[in-house]
Design a protein around this ligand. Structure first.
Ligand SMILES: [Zn+2]
Length: 388
């Protein structure tokens, strides 16, 4: 967004007669060398959706033909081969397990102990994928930096392991601060205290209220252990409570703009401003419900809105205009977060299609360096500064 950048590229060349020709060219950007996706629920897909995400997308979809238990059956957009194809060589991958109290309407485990055990099963899946050479866990900046270079310099990515940093979406499974220490020792680098509704540590999307006393204790321990606070899913009161107390690094892993998709799940302009002041990077999500106003869950279709990948540029622009630069936006697709093509832009059939975002960004005047920062550089810079 390029406060002063042109909206079309102007290229000059000399003709054979030696006169200078200036012409406008149709922008068609080359593929990015690396995409960093700050939010994928890989292990949830493996262990709860029962998807072998090492398989080609077509096979995963075929195996789900006729299944009706989940809305995204047969419509998934994420698997490891598609990530490699789209050069999504680095991601933040979650452990996720909610606790659902007795009269809650939200799905979840009936005890926090079950939720903890579920996250440990998810961790076992990540470890198994590491042993199989499919994934590699990254814990330090040196590891992240070396892995990013490996991908950026590779001519073919089809055999490369995908690097992941471990995060926890919703902290209900953290039974005690000892369990948080254990999680940190397993390589946990980021944590979002809540998910949807009320949680043990605070209040999430579609709910109200500040963090709980245990939530305050959690933030203190996160500071001590150098765990990044993921602001995504904090309801407004919990968001402001968390930001006023937490002194460590903050990001918003998968989060769009409320002014463009009116729902408390998204960030208000004041929240965007506060995050930018803290040096945060905000990951753009490609869930249709988070991209446009008035999407009706399980009813609307991308065609009703003529929704294409390019729409995310409005969200990117909005944040860049508030920041006055293009340094606080990244990608956090959430593309395997419980929905598939029934709830993605019309031109997003697989996560590999993300690479096509280069073209509309360039058409809006983003320079190649800005585009690279949005695809990977901004989150990498954040990790360089904050990964201890
Ligand atoms: Zn989420």
């Amino acid at each position: 967004m390029p406060l002063e950048a042109p909206t079309t590229n102007t290229r000059s060349s000399f003709s054979e007669t030696g006169t200078l020709n200036v012409y406008h060219c149709q922008i068609r950007m080359s593929q990015p060398s690396l995409i960093f996706d700050a939010h994928l629920d890989l292990s949830m897909n493996a262990m709860e959706w029962n998807r072998d995400i090492r398989l080609p997308l077509v096979d995963i979809r075929r195996r789900e033909t006729g299944m009706k238990d989940l809305p995204d059956r047969g419509n998934g957009t994420v698997c490891l081969p598609e990530m490699r194809k789209g050069r999504i060589g680095l991601c933040v991958a979650t452990q996720i397990a909610r606790y659902s109290a007795r009269f809650s309407k939200l799905p979840g485990w009936q005890s926090p102990e079950q939720a903890w055990a579920q996250t440990q099963g998810q961790l076992a899946w990540y470890r198994t994928m590491e042993q199989a050479g499919e994934l590699v866990q990254l814990r330090t900046w040196q590891e992240v930096s070396a892995h990013a270079s490996l991908w950026r310099n590779a001519t073919s990515t089809s055999k490369l392991p995908i690097g992941y940093l471990l995060s926890l979406e919703g902290a209900d499974s953290i039974l005690s601060m000892k369990h948080l220490e254990k999680a940190r020792n397993s390589g946990l680098i980021a944590l979002g205290p809540v998910h949807y509704g009320p949680g043990i540590y605070g209040h999430g999307t579609d709910d109200e209220g500040q963090l709980t006393v245990r939530g305050h204790e959690l933030l203190k321990k996160m500071e001590e252990l150098n765990i990044i606070l993921d602001a995504t899913h904090l309801c407004d009161e919990s968001f402001w409570d968390a930001l006023s107390r937490f002194r460590g690094p903050v990001w918003a892993s998968h989060h769009n703009c409320r002014s463009l998709a009116d729902w408390n799940r998204q960030l208000s302009d004041d929240q965007i401003r506060a995050l930018i002041e803290r040096g945060a990077v905000i990951g753009m999500a490609f869930d249709a419900i988070m991209m446009v106003h008035n999407w009706v869950h399980h009813k609307s279709k991308a065609q009703d809105f003529n929704l294409k990948i390019e729409k995310i540029c409005d969200h990117i622009d909005h944040i860049c205009q508030i920041a006055g630069n293009a340094k606080h936006v990244g990608i956090g697709t959430d593309l395997d977060g419980g929905y598939g093509t029934e709830q993605t832009p019309m031109d997003l059939n697989s996560i590999a299609d993300l690479a096509n975002l280069s073209t509309p960004l360039a058409a809006r005047g983003y320079k190649p360096a800005d585009i690279d920062n949005i695809f990977a550089g901004n989150f990498l810079r954040f990790l360089k500064d904050n990964l201890k």
